[in-house]
Write a protein that binds this ligand. Structure first.
Ligand code: AMP
Length: 299
């Protein structure tokens, strides 16, 4: 089964303490779609400007990502720029140029409206609603978000949480949303807002699932060197959704393994700037790290 991914498609300019890389392929949907593509077919919905480099379109195609829902508009592609501090955990946004993203309305081609697995990657909650308005009975919908929407579109986000099965956010966002310092208390409050499956991401400390079948603690793959963590969260949830869509059986039966696979793809994402490392990964390399994580957590 294919997974439908809607989100931002961007050019990212990223600065770390040791290097600077302008206009890389980025955006929540780009990272998530490449991650999902290792497990099965993916369709992407987003918008780019007429300045979007042809080699980036070729990269999507190389990963078999369906581009019927990628709108190309006259104007500039969404450009985001961020800078990391020495510890690589703290990041500040230097620039956000919306370009064609400002007037973006996601239109789903008819063939996408019946997708069973839908990932509403990070974009404005109003646009995530607009996607759901066009869908016909999807089986499993997961939404991602960011602190910006908690600050400026909280009501839209709260309404969205009543319409999705799963919600993925990081620990600081969970704190911002619930005012709880304890992640378990935060999880309980987030369930009350709607989603049955809640995943709190904790960066290099892994992630925590709370679901109808209970909790699961998913480790991050141990990395000695993080080159650029941009898009790791999107890679995690993209890998998770790609794995779920391709696996036989229920979501409950597969979600733990799906998180492990998402975690592994996210680890590759952190090893290079933008998507440069992820786009060179093989399925065999993913399997090898999955096995290592299995060995690391068995007791
Ligand atoms: P993450 O590292 O998981 O927070 O995701 C980083 C990605 O989010 C980058 O590739 C950016 O292009 C994208 N991004 C940054 N700001 C926004 C925004 N306001 N809306 C959607 N995507 C964004």
């Amino acid at each position: 089964m294919s997974v439908l991914i809607v989100g931002s498609t961007a050019l990212d300019s990223i600065k770390t303490p040791t290097a600077k890389n302008p206009r890389l392929l980025g955006g929540s949907a780009s990272h998530a779609a490449v991650a999902a593509s290792f497990f099965g077919p993916v369709n992407l919905v987003g918008v780019v400007g007429d300045d979007f480099p042809k080699q980036y379109l070729a990269l999507y195609r190389k990963h078999g990502i369906g581009l019927k829902g990628l709108q190309v508009e006259a104007g500039k592609t969404f450009h985001w720029s961020g800078e990391y501090e020495m510890n690589m955990n703290n990041r500040r946004t230097l620039l956000t140029e919306l370009g064609v993203f400002e007037k973006f309305t996601p239109h789903l081609p008819d063939a996408f409206k019946t997708s069973d697995f839908v990932l509403l990657a990070n974009i404005a909650p109003a646009l995530q609603h607009h996607v759901l308005d066009q869908m016909k009975q999807p089986k499993f919908v997961v939404a991602d978000t960011m602190d910006l929407w908690l600050n400026i579109a909280l009501n839209d986000l709260r309404r969205l949480l009543k319409r999705v099965d799963g919600f993925v956010l990081n620990d600081s966002e969970a704190h911002q949303l619930t005012k709880e310092d304890n992640v378990f208390a935060a999880l309980r409050k987030i369930h009350k807002l709607g989603p049955k499956y809640v995943i709190i991401k904790m960066g290099s400390h892994g992630s925590l699932l709370s679901s109808p079948k209970g909790f699961f603690i998913c480790p991050a793959y141990p990395l000695h060197l993080v080159v650029d963590p941009t898009g790791a969260g999107d890679s995690f949830v993209g890998g998770l959704m790609g794995y779920l869509a391709s696996a036989r059986g229920s979501v409950d039966a597969n979600i733990r393994r799906a998180m492990i696979h998402g975690s592994v793809v996210a680890s590759f994402c952190c090893e290079g700037f933008g998507l440069t490392r992820t786009t060179r990964v093989t399925r065999a390399a993913i399997q090898k790290r999955v096995k290592e994580l299995e060995a690391l957590t068995r007791f």
